[in-house]
Design a protein. Structure first.
Length: 288
């Protein structure tokens, strides 16, 4: 039986995706092309192919057909491995971004390549983050990142950054190493912006010392659908018996959960610890 469709969630998914694609298209025409940069992922590959066709074959190739062709294979894999709804929504964003990139007029606002690299990277990362927060993506290597995040519980954005180095090496060899080096700044800024804005897959460990373990556990379960582990605890100063509840949640869930825990037990002692590595079964809410 298919899960019930939430109209508000679907509207949010589409709205955030459209906003992300529009920002990305404007960014390409305003910053990326003005600086001769290669933003990484399939957009970078598309721009590289366009430049090669223009410089060596005197052919002007539109952005759309190249981008759509490159995204076809990961979209098919995503359709099977991640989810139909997510893939269809993302495919719509890919098509929209491609069309807008061809349709939006070129609007360079500065010739300073360093400024283009930094601010273009910030805007690119923000566009990708907006789409991800909405429950879709801008496609390409995002398919790969979402697959590992959803199915393997791994953050691979930095690995994608390393993979983009191949495109930069080719671009640097063919068109000059200065553009390739500036593109590294662009990609690094973009990746770090995503890390800052999109934290759904970052984890924290929650330690709650409480006299009301059942109420605290109920709050954890209702907010995160996670279980928890209970330990017996004794206050060393007061010698009073307490319980310690241990659970791992996402950083996004933690913000809501801490408030709910304190409502359940105003005298609870809560310690939140950053979690870098997690091995074992962990429930991750599907975002597609």
């Amino acid at each position: 039986m298919n899960p019930k469709i939430d109209p508000k969630r679907e509207a949010k998914r589409i709205l955030f995706g459209v906003i992300g694609s529009l920002i990305m298209a404007v960014n390409i025409k305003t910053f990326v092309r003005a600086g001769g940069l290669y933003p990484g992922g399939f957009n970078g590959v598309t721009l590289l192919i366009q430049t090669v066709c223009d410089r060596f074959f005197d052919l002007t190739v539109p952005f759309s057909p190249i981008s759509l062709a490159l995204n076809a294979i990961p979209a098919i894999i995503s359709f099977k491995a991640i989810g139909k709804k997510f893939t269809l929504n993302t495919s719509m964003i890919i098509v929209l971004t491609s069309i807008l990139t061809d349709a939006v007029p070129s609007m360079p606002i500065t010739e300073d390549t360093l400024l283009i690299s930094v601010f273009g990277g910030l805007i690119n990362g923000a566009a990708i983050s907006i789409a991800l927060i909405g429950g879709t993506s801008t496609g390409g290597t995002d398919f790969i990142a979402i697959y590992f995040a959803e199915k393997r519980n791994k953050d691979v954005w930095n690995y994608i950054l390393m993979g983009n180095a191949v495109v930069l090496l080719v671009a640097g060899y063919l068109f000059g190493w200065d553009k390739a080096l500036y593109s590294i700044i662009f990609q690094y800024t973009s990746t770090q912006t995503i890390h800052l804005l999109y934290q759904a897959y970052k984890k924290v460990t929650l330690f709650v010392v409480t006299a009301k373990p059942e109420a605290v556990y109920q709050a954890i379960y209702e907010v995160t659908n996670h279980s928890a582990t209970e330990f017996a605890a004794t206050g060393m100063y007061s010698n009073e018996q307490r319980k310690m509840i241990y659970s791992v949640v996402s950083t996004v869930e933690a913000k809501v959960l801490i408030r709910r825990v304190m409502e359940a037990d105003p005298k609870a002692f809560v310690n939140v610890v950053k979690t870098d590595t997690l091995i074992g079964r962990f429930y991750q809410k599907e975002n597609y």
